[in-house]
Design a protein around this ligand. Sequence first.
Ligand SMILES: [Ca+2]
Ligand SMILES: [Ca+2]
Length: 277
Amino acid sequence: GTDIFKVTVTSNAPEDYALGTTEVKWTATDENGNVTTGVQKITVVDTTKPVLKAPADIAAAATGVKTPVSLGQATVSDIFGYTLENDAPADGFPVGKTAVTWTATDANGNVSTAVQYVTVTQVFKVQSYNGSRNSVTSKISPRISFENTSGSTIQLSNIKLRYYYTIDGEKMQGFYSDYSRVSGSGSRNILSYTEGSFQKTASKNGSDYYLEISFSSGAGSLKPGEKVQIQCTFWKSNFSAYTQTNDYSFNTWATDYTDTNKITVYSSGKLIAGMEP
Ligand SMILES: [Ca+2]
Ligand SMILES: [Ca+2]
């Protein structure tokens, strides 16, 4: 404050300022009691991001096409309140490595992110190829191999496999398996315990039928690391043609056992490998 007389300047400034804008009123008073006031605005802003730490990475065994995983909890600190969320898939994790991004947002809109990786390993490995790779054929000849890559023994009578296709003209169908064998420590022929049946389904995505392969109790069990290979053929009663190129489970190019997720496997009715059409 300036004046030709002596001036006293005071303010109502607080010791601490709240977040946001505070008005401080300044007052100048001269010796003669004349008063002038002015306002100063003090704005306090939080520019500090929350400190965020994602939970540890997780490795899990697949229980199906999608596997539910418990992620654990991220830790967050901020002097203000915050919200915490992540983008984990709601229906479980696919086989492979998936990044989960955690996001912490403080009450003032400052954002931190951190990534957690979830790796899901398939416990049941399925491979296949087709004995006939012709676009049009009177006999479909799946070659299917499946390996118990879990740590537990599986009863084969609990296992079912499905090969999906479109029938291209409804007819009775026949099934024949000429090879079905367990390899590994319990190597044996299980041909007489291997069965095939046909199921009509809703028409979708390369499928209006599936061949279901199952095993009777005489097939025994499949220990960890053991593998079953099946070669089979199916046909229509009048040997009319199937178009294979429109079949979900058909592999047009493989000439030997090749990883597939288009043949599904069920253990006691629960999907444990492959993706349905
Ligand atoms: Ca903050
Ligand atoms: Ca077809």
